[in-house]
Design a protein around this ligand. Structure first.
Ligand SMILES: Cc1ncc(C[n+]2csc(CCOP(=O)(O)OP(=O)(O)O)c2C)c(N)n1
Length: 619
């Protein structure tokens, strides 16, 4: 029984509780859920606009389907906060993205309601097809629903899956959540196609009417079906999904919870591949987020009344800002420079460049593979493309980097942001593998800046190097002042000795150099800023091996196959007489938390590095 002043949300912890609400209370319930979400994200920060946009959809899905038996697969999973709240995690939602707290995205280990672990885009339809096919022989097979945004639909994998599922006549539903936005406004022909669908007369009603008429003349058979298709072709500006083998329904208002419940209940009864197109507003119900869908895609903690960010509002210069400055500087000087982003304009620091040089700025959608091969094409014709990409998303375009860029020695620069530990976005977004997977690619120069000035210098060096090059830098900043005037071209494959000591040589690759200072001072060790993972400064390594007993390599990358492994190989192959210890990230998928917390946990803070080296030499 609901007491006076008790909220409906207080009564709901699991999907069954959503089913127990009376239908006319659903809009009120959605309002309460939205309010709770705003207060919660204001405290924790995190993905915001997308979650506000799927409140009604999430309520309707949990009312109609029987999760966890029925399988709900969220694409990207940045919009799954309401789903977490309705599936037993309401009390812990304020811990999301924090160390030991709820994961930022759906995660199978976290809840039986999370049918698939996600974080990267455009996987939902493929996973759903696999699940539906795996269950197809079962008597009481689960319903399988993939929920994908119009942005995620720009990823090639989503098309590959649609192409397959339609043809294989898989029993599944795709809910296409169309808000016209990716993180920034969505790009590409598919987005325009969806807009044409929306602007056409209500298709869903027409089809219902059409069916009624056809059902009343049963003998027409195949001819009737053809007539129906013909009529559909006339009323919609194209039937792309239907050509792929899906039944298309919609578009409908994704904020009308009762309509959603009705349509989803109907669709549950129809077999085969179906797509329901719903229209939503990113940021729905919170005015600042509705007015600025772009900036409020993801937020830092803020005051829910004013919408203003907590804290002093001063942003320190970080590596992304350095990239942003550099690319704008080159944009002024070199007409051939162009930048390619797979839908990460703001995160990659490209807002200024896109405004100053719109004709040399290419947002290609969430399409990493295309981004890299497209850049290869640009380079073939004399342009000088820079692929601005996050480390973990570059994993998507590995063969393109090898086959389309490196093999052809093309002049493409990879500006790889979010390398190493990223922090609150956790395991799916950590860039802890790039040095391992890049190091083995022939022809590629790989640079790892130790500070912001060096990052600028390396971008300049890589850009002017006549072949494929990569600069990888982490989220956040370094303690040094950024002084552009101190930036220079670097000599390819040359390291820098930061401190001369004896017996121990610390070979640091990248930004953890700062954390080595204490160990170097206290142990009187030589400290080297290696700068290049490829080519290695072999001459210096040989020289140091003659004057030192111990080498310690350090990197913000997996120890397996990373920069330290390159040193190991060189030491072994050249019979160098040194003992080597590799420090870096363990061979694990590391969880979320702040970057500092995770680095401390794996022993890569000042203290941890000092202790590890101490233990190593005392053995
Ligand atoms: C492979 C990959 N590239 C980029 C991203 C970063 N990213 C997260 S959400 C998002 C936009 C998704 O747009 P859409 O699917 O329309 O959902 P919306 O945010 O509009 O609700 C992007 C580009 C990602 N998660 N995975």
């Amino acid at each position: 029984m609901k007491k006076n002043n008790q909220k409906l949300l207080d009564l709901v912890n699991f999907p069954q509780d959503v089913k127990n609400l009376s239908q006319e209370k659903l809009p009120q319930f959605c309002g309460e859920l939205r309010e709770f979400l705003i207060e919660s994200v204001a405290q924790t920060g995190g993905h915001f606009g997308s979650n506000l946009g799927v409140v009604e959809l999430t309520v309707a899905l949990h009312r109609v389907f029987d999760a966890p038996k029925d399988l709900l697969i969220w694409d990207v999973g940045h919009q799954a906060y309401p789903h977490k709240i309705l599936t037993g995690r309401k009390d812990r939602i304020h811990t999301i993205r924090k160390k030991g707290g709820l994961a930022p995205f759906p995660k199978r280990e976290e809840s039986e309601y999370d049918a698939f672990s996600v974080g990267h885009s455009s996987t939902s339809i493929s996973a759903a097809v696999g699940m539906a096919i795996a269950n197809k022989e079962k008597k009481d097979a689960p319903q399988v629903v993939a929920i994908i945004g119009d942005g995620a639909l720009t990823g090639g994998m989503a098309f590959e899956a649609l192409n397959y599922a339609g043809d294989a006549n898989v029993n599944m539903l795709v809910v296409l959540n169309d808000n016209k936005m990716s993180i920034s406004p969505n790009v590409g022909g598919m987005g325009k196609y969806l807009t044409r669908l929306i602007s056409s007369p209500s298709y869903v009603n027409f089809r219902a009417k059409g069916r009624e008429i056809l059902d009343s003349i049963p003998a027409i058979g195949k001819l009737a079906r053809k007539a129906e298709e013909y009529a559909k072709g006339m009323i919609t500006p194209g039937t792309l999904f239907e050509e792929l083998g899906f039944e298309y329904y919609g578009p409908i208002d994704g904020h009308d919870v009762n309509e959603l419940v009705e349509v989803l209940s109907d669709l549950k009864k129809i077999r085969g591949p179906k797509i329901l197109h719903i229209i939503t507003k990113k940021g729905k119900g919170y005015v600042p987020a509705e007015e600025d869908e772009f900036s409020l895609h993801a937020v830092k903690p803020f005051d829910p009344i004013t919408g203003k960010k907590n804290g002093d509002g001063k942003n320190k210069i970080n590596y992304t800002n350095v990239f942003s400055e550099w690319i704008c500087d080159v944009g002024e000087k070199d007409k051939n420079i162009c930048v390619v982003t797979p839908a990460m304009c703001s995160g990659s620091g490209l807002i200024d460049f896109s405004k100053k040089f719109p004709d040399r700025y290419y947002d290609v959608g969430i399409a990493e593979q295309h981004a890299v091969t497209f850049s290869a094409g640009l380079a073939c014709q004399g342009k000088k493309p820079v692929v601005a990409i996050y480390s973990s998303f570059l994993q998507r375009a590995y063969d393109q980097l090898i086959h389309d860029v490196a093999l052809q020695k093309l002049n493409v620069l990879f500006a790889i942001d979010r390398a190493g530990i990223v922090g609150p976005d956790g395991a799916t977004h950590n860039g802890n593998l790039d040095l391992s997977y890049l190091r083995i690619v022939p022809n590629l120069v790989i640079m790892v800046p130790a500070n912001k000035n060096e990052c600028y210098s390396m971008l300049e060096t890589g850009y002017n190097y006549p072949g494929p090059a990569a600069v990888r830098y982490p989220r956040g900043g370094s303690s040094d002042e950024f002084r552009k005037t101190e930036c220079n071209f670097l000599k390819i494959g040359k390291a820098e000795i930061v401190r001369k000591g004896k017996d121990i040589a610390i070979l640091s690759f990248g930004t953890l150099l700062e954390n080595c200072a204490k160990a170097a001072e206290n142990l009187d060790a030589t400290l080297v800023n290696m700068r290049f993972v490829k080519p290695l400064d072999e001459e210096l390594i040989k020289h140091l091996s003659k004057t030192h007993k111990y080498f310690v390599t350090i990197e913000d990358n997996s120890i397996v196959g990373g920069a330290g492994s390159a040193v190991n190989e060189f030491v072994l192959n050249n019979d160098l007489n040194v003992k080597v210890k590799n420090l870096g990230l363990p061979d694990e998928f590391l969880p979320h938390g702040t970057r500092e917390e995770i680095l401390t946990e794996v022993g890569l803070d000042e203290e941890g590095i000092f202790n590890s080296i101490g233990n190593f030499i005392s053995k």
